[in-house]
Each structure stands twice: as C-alpha cells, then as structure tokens.
Ligand binder design. Structure first.
Ligand code: ADP
Ligand code: X2W
Length: 301
C-alpha cells in the first residue's frame, strides 16, 4: 500500500503532533497486560496488535503479558469441567491445570503472536517455563472473619505466585527488537506448572524490568466507586477501605493489588484501562490526561 499526497501530509502532521509524547517514552519499557475480556472481537485484537507494533516502531519497548480467563472457561465448559473462583483466582486442580496450559500457552499465546507479526512486528511467544522466565511457588490463600481466632487456609490447587523473573531473557529479546508475549504460567522448583493470575505476572514483570508503565487492559472503564464513577490517583489506604466496604471485589482485587505493588516496587505508574476502547494503549500514551485509573507514587504528568 502507498500513501497518496493528502494522506502523506496528514501522517506528517499527526506524527509531528505526537512527537513530544513519543520522545517521553522512547527507549522505555511498557508492560501491557492484555486481559481475555479485551480480546472479545477480531477488531479489538487487531487494534491492540497495531498499537503494539506502532509503539515498537517509534522506539518504545512493549512487553505483553496476556490473560485468557474467558477462553479457559469456554474449553472447561466444553469438557464439562466445573470452574470456581476464590478472590478472583481460579481454583485449579490437575485436570484444570492441563486445560489452562493448553489454552494460555497454545491457543491464546499463538493467536496474539500471530496477529502482532501479521501487522509488521516480531513477536516471540513464551510461557513462564521457557528459560524459566517465571519462577513460581504455590500461593497460600487465607481467610479471616471477626468470629475466627486464627486465619483459615484455603487450598486453591495449582495456583502460583511469582518468585522470580528471568530478566536476562527479556532484555535480550527487547534489545533484539522482538516483542515478548508472555502466557501467565509459572514453573516451580521441581518443574511443576502453576496457573498464575495474569495481572500478578504483569506486575512482577514490570517491577523486575523497572518498567516506566504497567498498563492493565480490562473490560471496564477503570476502578469505579459504587456510583460508577471512575476513581484515579488512589493511595494504598484508600484502596484498603474500598476493599473492606465491598466496592472492590472479584477480578478487580488482584488487579488493584498488583497495580499498587508495582508502583511501590519502582514502576513509575500503573494504569487500569478499558481494553474495549479501540486503540486503548495509544490513547493512554498520546493524551495528556490518559484514560482509566492511574496509580502512581509521583506527581501525575
Ligand atoms: N470497584 C470496581 N470497579 C470496577 N470493576 C470492578 C470493581 N470491583 C469488581 N470489579 C469487577 O472486576 C472486573 C474486572 O476483572 P476481570 O473480570 O478479572 O478482568 P480481566 O479479565 O480483564 O482481568 C470488572 O469487569 C468488574 O466486574
Ligand atoms: C489463577 C488464575 O485465576 N489464573 C487465570 C489465568 C488467566 C487470566 O488471568 O486471564 P484474564 O486476565 O483474562 O482474567 C485463570 O485461570 O483464569
């Protein structure tokens, strides 16, 4: 495809207007968590792939961590395997773990890799098992109510938490102009597989890479109060209150926790963004106000 004169003039104008934004992020790493709910349509997936390729083309380094909860749910349903969640985490028995590994490491990962490559990027798909990219251990979930004298431990099976990230591998890929696309499967000390919430993996990868931004793409406008107003610039204390009074629940729990932890761990800012909005990633970067919920330890830009 070639540009005609009018189109070329338009591109030149837009590029020149975008230059201050591009300069701000050139050479910086942005970790983007692409949630399964934001993969609803081919149009959304194509928009996402184009955004990521464009970022790389102008010198920004995207690292993608993807989810795939709804896609795992679909296959479990077809196989008549029941699924339930505790605090936004899927209870994962051995059979479910097999399905998670197949869907995330196979179908979803390769779909995203293929799309990015078809739009001109060079994506490499990885699970946490490749070069032990994501080392993990079993996640302990506890629950305590005012009536209980000590916390109860809830076993949610093969669900993990991140204990280490192979940054050498990621840095090598980024330097080689590849776009890493990571499925949230961790590997334990004995080679066992762990199902890890993709938000948590994205947060830990962002921390380990000392990323400029962690962007969590989801299926809602941002973190909202009970009236539906998008909240932004929250402190840890405010988030704790919103969890205690039930405003934050389910899948938003791991999301907001990892957004806060990433910032405390040195990431400049975390963003919870509506992935259903076309070109959500570029909108966040190329606008002064940004979109969705911003969590930062610093003065907003
Ligand atoms: N305070 C809140 N603000 C916005 N969404 C919330 C809130 N509390 C819970 N949620 C729920 O969290 C969901 C996002 O989490 P999840 O479905 O796990 O997304 P993803 O698959 O993108 O990780 C929202 O769709 C909403 O149902
Ligand atoms: C432990 C746990 O819950 N793992 C998630 C992993 C996928 C994920 O996080 O996908 P989304 O981001 O699309 O929700 C799961 O099994 O659904």
């Amino acid at each position: 495809m070639t540009l005609d004169r009018d189109a070329a003039t338009h591109v030149a104008q837009v590029l020149s207007e975008a230059l201050p934004y591009i300069r701000r992020f050139v050479g910086k790493t942005l970790v983007i968590k692409y949630g399964g709910n934001a993969m609803e349509s081919e149009e959304l997936k194509t928009g996402f792939a184009r955004d990521v390729v464009l970022m790389k083309a102008v010198g920004i380094n995207p690292v993608v961590v993807h989810g795939g909860g709804p896609q795992i749910g679909d296959l479990l349903k077809r196989l008549s395997i029941e699924s339930r969640f505790v605090d936004g985490m899927r209870v994962t028995d051995a059979q479910t773990m097999d399905v998670v590994e197949m869907v995330l490491g196979g179908q979803v990962n390769k779909d995203i890799v293929n799309l990015i490559n078809r739009h001109g990027g060079s994506a490499i798909g990885l699970t946490g098992k490749d070069a032990e990219l994501i080392r993990a251990r079993k996640l302990t979930v506890t629950r305590q109510t005012p009536e209980m004298t000590s916390p109860e431990i809830i076993d949610i099976g093969h669900v993990g938490e991140v204990v280490g990230v192979n940054t050498d591998l990621l840095n090598m890929l980024v330097k080689g102009d590849f776009i890493p696309v990571i499925a949230p499967i961790g590997v334990g000390a004995n080679g066992e597989s762990y199902n890890i919430n993709a938000d948590l993996v994205a947060g830990k990868v962002a921390e380990a890479l000392k990323a400029e931004k962690l962007m969590l793409l989801t299926n809602i406008a941002g973190l909202m109060d009970k009236q539906g107003t998008v909240l932004t610039g929250l402190t840890t204390e405010q988030v704790d209150e919103l969890i205690a009074d039930g405003t934050i629940y389910g899948g938003m729990l791991p999301k907001i926790r990892c957004a806060l932890e990433a910032v405390q761990g040195g990431v400049h800012s975390s963003h919870i963004i509506d992935g259903r909005v076309p070109n959500a990633v570029l909108l966040e970067i190329f606008t002064d106000s940004g979109v969705g919920t911003l969590i930062t330890n610093h003065e907003p830009r």
